[in-house]
Design a binder for this molecule. Structure first.
Ligand SMILES: [Zn+2]
Length: 233
């Protein structure tokens, strides 16, 4: 069985890494150069978190420079947060710059959204993106979920899920993640599959299909191989 973790901040040493999963590591622009040398098996998402979007021009310029790199397969996490970070006057323009970059490069967006659903939908309607937008750490209520589905959003779930919303999300719009949580990706899959009364294997193959469609360049999991790692240095 293959496990895909589409959003994580946890960097494992390759030796300790679970060989049966493949990750999209979220890194800040300035971390990318070092991270890409250290973690050969995984891909990256790169962006400026809304909490730190103030005075981010230099970071943004650098993000534009590195984002074409093939190992960066998603833009973000980016988004809107009503509870933390600068005002929306600052957050929204920075978010929109990520969207422009995503459209220009043809790379999906990983979205962080806290109590800003109206604003998020407004930006999406205004910008009419062609790239997938994945809301990460999703645990909204069913009514909100239905609204977001109509707007064309995709969802990534982690350790905390809303079981009622899980029934509403179309199977082809779902991803799994560990973010900063303790729960392993295998357990996240298990919990999500259980909430849907699905067999873990059937659930996992659906997620694999979704990953192949949205992130066609994300490599399938492969065991750590020291010889190969050293050759590629
Ligand atoms: Zn995160």
């Amino acid at each position: 069985m293959e496990f895909y973790d589409v959003h994580t901040h946890q960097i494992f040493l390759e030796e300790n890494d679970d060989p049966y999963h493949s990750c999209i590591f979220d890194v800040y622009p300035l971390e990318f150069e070092v991270a890409k040398e250290s973690y050969n098996r995984h891909a990256f998402s790169c962006g400026i978190h809304p909490w730190y979007s103030e005075d981010s021009d230099t970071q943004m310029a650098y993000l534009n420079e590195i984002a074409p790199n093939a190992r960066i397969i998603a833009i973000g996490e980016t988004g809107l947060d009503r509870l933390k970070g600068p005002s929306f006057e600052i957050q929204i323009p920075v978010f929109k710059k990520h969207i422009e970059l995503s459209e220009r490069l043809g790379k999906p967006v990983i979205i962080h959204c806290v109590k800003a659903w109206e604003e998020l939908i407004r930006v999406k309607r205004e910008m009419r993106p062609t790239q997938p937008w994945i809301i990460h750490g999703y645990r909204g209520k069913p009514e909100l979920t239905e609204q977001l589905i109509r707007e064309g959003f995709l969802f990534s779930v982690g350790d905390q899920i809303n079981v009622d919303s899980m029934q509403v999300i179309p199977p082809d719009a779902l991803f799994c993640e560990t973010d900063e949580d303790e729960m392993s990706i295998r357990d996240v899959y298990q919990q999500a599959a259980h909430s849907l009364n699905m067999d873990l294997e059937v659930f996992a193959s659906q997620i694999t299909e979704n990953v192949r469609r949205v992130f066609p360049t994300l490599e399938p999991p492969r065991p750590y191989d020291r010889d190969q790692e050293e050759e590629s240095d």
